[in-house]
Write a protein that binds this ligand. Sequence first.
Ligand SMILES: C[S@@+](CC[C@H](N)C(=O)[O-])C[C@H]1O[C@@H](n2cnc3c(N)ncnc32)[C@H](O)[C@@H]1O
Length: 256
Amino acid sequence: MSNASEVTQDFLDSAQYRTESILLYENVYGEDFVSPGGRGMARELIGRMHLPAESRVLDVGCGLGGSAFVMAREFDLRVDGIDLSKNMLEIANRKLEAHGLAEKVNLEWGDCLELDCDNCYEAIYSRDVFLHIHDKKRLFSVLLGALRPGGQLLFTDYCCGPEPWADDFTQYVSDRGYDLHTPEKYRELIADAGFTKVIAEDISKRFIEILRVDLERIAGSGLEPPVRDKLAQSWQQKLERSLGGDHRWGLFSARK
Ligand SMILES: C[S@@+](CC[C@H](N)C(=O)[O-])C[C@H]1O[C@@H](n2cnc3c(N)ncnc32)[C@H](O)[C@@H]1O
């Protein structure tokens, strides 16, 4: 496998996930979260998995640990979280200690493409992480291997509309090193890896609603005006790209 196009820990920690950027994102998404819809969306999606208490779940790209904390505290699940950003994990592990959830949750540095565990998990959950990963074939093959037979995969991810895209969206995707697919193409990638019962939903309408609420939150935040205005501008651009159909949001589930 060629890793040449994959983003590295250095790239993430020195650009999109610098500590100050993470804390800004947390201002928008809500405490412990760096993904659209924050805690409310996490709660809803974890509920959809209908997992028995004590099930073992892998949270791929756990970020600040928000979803893992909800899984442990509200759903009585045992969670391993991995993330490639050391900045994220440093904050996440401080939060884990403060929440007193260390018996149920373990958060570690790691690249999900290098997972080394066969038949370990009843479920794999991931929120807006796979946009960073170019080798989707390897990704889904590794995740399939890590699930127990009958286990489920559930994730959300940034997606795109069919090309050609507006220049602004092309630039945005390239600046961040994202690898995006249409929800339909994603469905094929998951099925081709050997998953069954693959469901792909385009939830872009929900994304647009969330972005509008985020914009109100940014406007009402106590952030200094230059920082607040820059953040509002970047969210406004995201909203416009979504309304234009280039930027989409997908929800996916599948079984081993
Ligand atoms: C948008 S954040 C989402 C964080 C978290 N899932 C949440 O909902 O708040 C994407 C996360 O994916 C992580 N990530 C990117 N590539 C990764 C990889 N190859 N392995 C593990 N984590 C990765 C990033 O470091 C970042 O924390």
